[in-house]
Design a protein around this ligand. Structure first.
Ligand SMILES: Nc1ncnc2c1ncn2[C@@H]1O[C@H](COP(=O)(O)OP(=O)(O)OP(=O)(O)O)[C@@H](O)[C@H]1O
Ligand SMILES: [Mg+2]
Length: 364
């Protein structure tokens, strides 16, 4: 090969090897850049995931319920929303053109508001709702207090007016019985006297317990009083095949009138016994502590109450029983009120009732 040609070939080889060196270099740079980018993407992904988790935890720790929907299905529901329950309830919030409202589910009350999501999330809506059960219960208690106070005052006034002529009637009837009466007349007079005495007993109950101003407060162990009453009532419960069980989780001291508290418990236990007609009847009484209250719960698996009955149970003379007077819960209410406490009732028709008494530990 002539020298010039060899020279040219050598040059060409040199050029080629230079070019391939720089390609290798470029490739290494590119590879580095890709590695960097990959790292960056991974980090961004992690950041995104962290932000997602953060948002998820934040939404789940909110005391309000948050639900995201696409107007037909629930896409997301935070922990509080899931606690509210069934998809059926969430679905109810989701349907209809309403933008806000109130909702009752089980024993709870909820207030809710619906907003469409901002741009980029069209056709998605967020529903926020809060649990206002405690507030609603408090409102109901205040309304009930006002109503029962008015009823109590009226009952007390009527009772007072009846008491005087009743006293005279009893006196004259006794005088009649002291005189010479035929057998039949004596029998009838005794019947009338029996009736008058019954009315007198009811009137005395009303006057004594409508506003028991005479609480004899002392520091004591509520669970002991509950245990004594349960032991006392056990005989009549068991005679009807009903198991009476006591659970105590609070044995600390509190302030209350032990005699009146016994009367309260006896009323609840009697009502529970009267409400049970099934063979596996049971009444569970529980004593526990909650912030500033001692709480006694009396739960039975009796007939339960309709909503209509529940609205009236504390009213004087409200009864659904043939031989009931309808004063038991009215008296209970007044005694608990005088202690500065309150009563809550929960009932499911056909499966049972539970009453909870909240008694301030430090007294009224
Ligand atoms: N544990 C319970 N289960 C079901 N219903 C109940 C229960 N406790 C009370 N009730 C309902 O509340 C009503 C009122 O009770 P309350 O104790 O005031 O009167 P009563 O038991 O009917 O008569 P009494 O004056 O003799 O006590 C009852 O008639 C009953 O309908
Ligand atoms: Mg009763």
């Amino acid at each position: 090969m002539p020298t010039t040609e060899r020279q040219l070939l050598q040059n060409a080889f040199q050029e080629f090897s230079k070019a391939s060196d720089s390609i290798i270099n470029y490739y290494a740079v590119l590879e580095n850049q890709i590695r960097e980018l990959k790292k960056e993407v991974e980090e961004k992904n992690k950041e995104l995931q962290r932000a997602g988790e953060y948002l998820y935890n934040l939404l789940n720790s909110l005391p309000v319920g948050v639900v995201v929907t696409n107007t037909t299905d629930v896409l997301f529901a935070n922990k509080t929303a899931r606690k509210l329950g069934s998809t059926e309830v969430l679905g109810r919030l989701n349907s209809g053109g309403q933008k806000s409202g109130e909702l009752k589910n089980g024993g709870g009350y909820y207030r809710w508001k619906k907003e469409s999501l901002e741009s980029g999330f069209e056709s998605k809506e967020v529903i926020v709702f809060e649990d206002v059960t405690e507030m609603e219960r408090m409102k109901e208690r205040v309304e009930r207090d006002e109503r029962l106070m008015a009823m109590g005052e009226m009952a007390a006034r009527i009772a007072h007016e009846i008491k005087n002529p009743l006293g005279s009637m009893e006196l004259f009837l006794s005088m009649l019985l002291d005189g010479k009466l035929k057998k039949k007349e004596k029998q009838y007079t005794n019947y009338i006297l029996f009736g008058v005495k019954t009315v007198d007993r009811i009137i005395n109950n009303i006057l004594t317990y409508t506003r028991p101003k005479t609480l004899v407060l002392s520091e004591g162990t509520l669970s002991r009083v509950v245990r004594d009453t349960v032991d006392f009532m056990k005989v009549s419960a068991e005679a009807r095949g009903i198991a009476l069980k006591l659970d105590t989780h609070f044995d600390g001291p509190s302030h209350f009138d032990p005699d009146l508290m016994k009367l309260v418990l006896m009323n609840f236990i009697s009502n529970a016994i009267e409400a049970i007609s099934r063979p596996d009847g049971s009444i569970v009484i529980d004593v526990k502590e909650e912030a500033e209250h001692a709480v006694i719960t009396i739960a039975d698996n009796g007939v339960g109450m309709s909503e209509e009955v529940q609205k009236n149970i504390f009213n004087p003379f409200f009864t659904t029983k043939d031989k009931g007077v309808g004063l038991g819960l009215f008296i209970v209410y007044n005694i608990v009120k005088a202690h500065g406490g309150y009563v809550e009732a929960e009932s499911v028709e056909g499966s049972g009732t539970s009453f909870s008494l909240y008694i301030p530990k430090d007294g009224p």
